[in-house]
Design a protein around this ligand. Structure first.
Ligand code: DHB
Ligand code: FE
Length: 324
């Protein structure tokens, strides 16, 4: 069966009706966008002679993704997150907001409301004995090289099994998640454990889609950051640890050359004592440069559904400090 009906007036009129073009209510933007997406999908069905069986199996995959709140997991694998980054990079370049540390994707595993520490603290609860001690530190500066004191550095990462607290119920609350306020010299320093790489759940609908593309669902060991300070552009980024087999083969397309950072093993007794650690450790240094901006919207992370974020908003409103 190789019929082609997409360009017929019947189908074109049908699309206009589906998109509500003949209706008063609703949103014009939603109508335009739905009309485009549905037209592209109808045309795909026509061009590839997609069968009813194929169509309904796709609906099943979408239902399974939704049931497991997995579209946020598949989204980076299909490149949407990186594509949005490329668009924001292009907008920054056009507006000459350049010179800062590059952004890269947030991923789906942030949880709002992590404990806040001043300058330094500990991120792990001490229970992950397979995790090698990590001393993660750096300085936040502006594009002129001035330290940014009081910057908010939110950090989150996986444990030695690639699991994130909250999503992995075996971990304690906010394990490996902290908000660090930089000291008077713009510095932050935390004790944690070296994260392991992350793999999509093997029996998940996300992996099922990747399998159809002949792709793996692995990410290199990585550490997520949100960095913000008044007068500066909010930065969403992450570092990928050097030497991981997936450092340059990340299914989520988050790796950027400037964000590949080595973990340096240190076993000198003096250095161990200076950091009040109990044995050899790996040091990871990530300095961050924030671009300046007066635009309030650029100083905050963009809105998206995030774990516990609404509760945080409500709590902060009760405290009389509603976020803009
Ligand atoms: C995914 C997981 C991550 O830890 C991450 O940083 C990005 C994406 C994912 O499962 O899609
Ligand atoms: Fe991650």
């Amino acid at each position: 069966m190789t019929v082609k009906i997409f360009d017929t007036p019947e189908v074109q009129n049908f699309l206009n009706t589906i998109a509500g073009f003949d209706q008063e209510g609703g949103s014009d933007r939603a109508k335009q966008i739905l009309h485009r997406i549905l037209s592209d999908l109808f045309r795909t069905i026509d061009d590839y002679d997609i069968t009813p069986e194929e169509y309904w199996s796709a609906v099943s995959v979408l239902n399974a993704l939704g049931q497991g709140t997995q579209f946020g997991l598949l989204s980076p694998g299909l490149g949407f997150d990186h594509f949005l980054d490329m668009r924001m990079d292009a907008a920054d370049a056009e507006a000459k907001r350049t010179g800062g540390t590059p952004r890269t994707i947030e991923g789906p595993l942030y949880v709002a409301g992590a404990p806040e520490v001043q300058g330094t603290g500990r991120m792990d609860d001490g229970s992950d004995t397979d995790g090698e001690t990590m001393w993660l530190n750096g300085q936040v500066r502006d594009t002129q090289g001035n330290p940014v004191a009081g910057a908010k550095v939110e950090v989150w990462h996986a444990n030695s099994k690639g699991g994130y607290s909250f999503f992995d119920p075996t971990q304690s609350e906010y394990n490996l998640r902290r908000t660090i306020i930089t000291d008077s010299d713009g510095r932050y320093a935390v004790r944690s454990i070296i994260p392991s790489g992350y793999g999509c759940p093997p029996d998940s609908p996300t992996q099922e889609v990747l399998n159809l593309l002949g792709r793996h669902g692995e990410r290199p060991a990585h550490i997520h950051y949100f960095i913000s300070a008044p007068g500066h552009q909010h930065l969403t980024t992450q570092i990928n640890l050097a030497g991981d087999p997936y450092t340059f083969d990340d299914f989520a397309f988050a790796t950027r050359e400037e964000l590949v950072i080595p973990a340096n093993r240190i076993d000198d007794a003096g250095e161990i004592a200076r950091r009040e650690l109990d044995g050899p450790f790996s040091e990871v240094v990530f300095d961050i440069v924030l671009a300046k901006t007066d635009e309030a919207a650029l100083q905050n992370r963009h809105a998206r559904p995030r774990a516990k974020e609404r509760e945080q908003d409500q709590a902060s409103q009760l405290a009389g400090t509603a976020r803009v």
